[in-house]
Write a protein that binds this ligand. Sequence first.
Ligand SMILES: Cc1cc2nc3c(=O)[nH]c(=O)nc-3n(C[C@H](O)[C@H](O)[C@H](O)COP(=O)(O)O)c2cc1C
Length: 188
Amino acid sequence: MERDFNFNVLDVIRNRWSSRSFKKKQFTLNDILPLIEAARYAPSAYNEQPWFFLISVTRQENEKVIDVLSESNKLWAENASAFIIILARKNFSHNNSFNRWHFFDAGTSFGFLALEAENRGIAVHPMAGFNHDLLIKNFKISGDYDPVTVIAVGYRDIPDVLPEKIRINEKPGLRNALSSIYKKIEDI
Ligand SMILES: Cc1cc2nc3c(=O)[nH]c(=O)nc-3n(C[C@H](O)[C@H](O)[C@H](O)COP(=O)(O)O)c2cc1C
C-alpha cells in the first residue's frame, strides 16, 4: 500500500516520514538550532511557549540519551546523529495554574520542527518509547516539566543498513481515509 493524497499539500508534508536508518554523520549544535527556531514559532495557548529542548550532538551526549530509550528503539536509534528531547512546562507563568494545553503546544512545536527538518533534508523521528523516570533522573528534569518525546535526528539512509527484523517496517506510515476523520457539524 502506498500513501494517498486527495489534495496537493506542501511538499514537506507529503515527503516527511519517520524513518529509522541514518547516515553516519556528526552533527553540531548549529545543525539543530534552525529546527529549534522553527519550533519556537509554533503557536501556544496564551503565548505561553511551554516547550524546552535538550539537545545532544556529541557521542557522549548521544550515549546518555540512548541509555533511556526502550530496547526496540535502541535497535535503530543508536545510529542517529543527534537527539532532541522536548519538555513541556506544566503551569502557566502568569498565575502558576495548570496549563492543560502544555502537551498540545509542545506537540505543535514538534510539528513545526519536523517540517523545517524535512525542508533541510534532515530526518526526525519522535519516540514515546523511553524510560520516563530514568530520563527525569539522568537529565535532572525539574518537577515543573513533563518529558514529551525524544527525537532521533539524522540524514536518512537506505533501509539495508538496518537490522533485518526492523527493515520490513522501514516505509512511510499510512493514514486513515480522509472521509473517516471528519463530520460536518450539521450532521451531528
Ligand atoms: C508521540 C509519538 C511517539 C512515537 N513513538 C515512537 C517510538 O517510540 N518508536 C518508533 O519507532 N516510532 C514512534 N513514533 C513514530 C510513529 O510510529 C509514526 O509517526 C507513525 O507510525 C506514522 O508514520 P510516519 O511518521 O512515517 O508518517 C512516534 C510518533 C509520535 C508522534
